[in-house]
Structure formats: structure tokens, C-alpha cells
Ligand binder design. Structure first.
Ligand SMILES: [Zn+2]
Length: 93
């Protein structure tokens, strides 16, 4: 089965993900992220934990336009992501 080529690797997608959560991405880029996520379970998992963290940070408010992540939180998420990428590399995934 043809898996197709990713336009972005996981790291690039992650860079977009924080914007995605900030609702700063245009529809086209959101679409690219969704396509990548369709084919990349580790990124889906990461996005889920990202969402959970963000909703905790926002006090579980479900606003239509969530406030931007503060830089400190963003840094923590970046660190968490790098760690998970390293773990995957170690496991040869
Ligand atoms: Zn990925």
C-alpha cells in the first residue's frame, strides 16, 4: 500500500501544532496537519496530551477562540516533545 509522502516531518508539524492550538493557522495549514496526523499515531498522541495540557492551563474553559499559550507553557511542551522524539529515536521508530 502506498503511504504517500509527508509534506512535513514530525518536527515541522510540531512547530505548526502550537499555532494550531492557538488558532493562528489558516485552513490550508490545518488541513496539512490533519493529513499528517492521519498517518502518524505518535503525533496524534502528542496532540492529545498537548490539548490536555492547554485545557488545564486555560482552566478547562471552552472558549471559541482560546487565548494564546504563554511562552513558558510553550517551552515546557517543546521540551516534552523533544523528549518523546528522542525516546522514539531510541526505539528505532
Ligand atoms: Zn508525525
Amino acid at each position: 500500500m502506498e503511504t504517500g509522502k509527508h509534506k512535513h516531518d514530525c518536527k515541522e508539524v510540531f512547530a505548526l501544532l502550537s499555532e494550531y492550538l492557538d488558532a493562528e493557522l489558516d485552513a490550508e495549514r490545518c488541513d496539512e496537519i490533519r493529513k499528517h496526523l492521519d498517518d502518524c499515531p505518535p503525533c496524534i498522541e502528542f496532540l492529545e496530551s498537548l490539548k490536555r495540557t492547554v485545557s488545564l492551563c486555560h482552566g478547562c474553559q471552552t472558549a471559541e477562540q482560546p487565548p494564546p499559550l504563554n511562552p513558558e507553557v510553550r517551552e515546557k511542551l517543546m521540551a516534552a516533545y523533544r523528549k518523546s522524539m528522542q525516546n522514539r529515536a531510541r526505539q528505532g521508530l
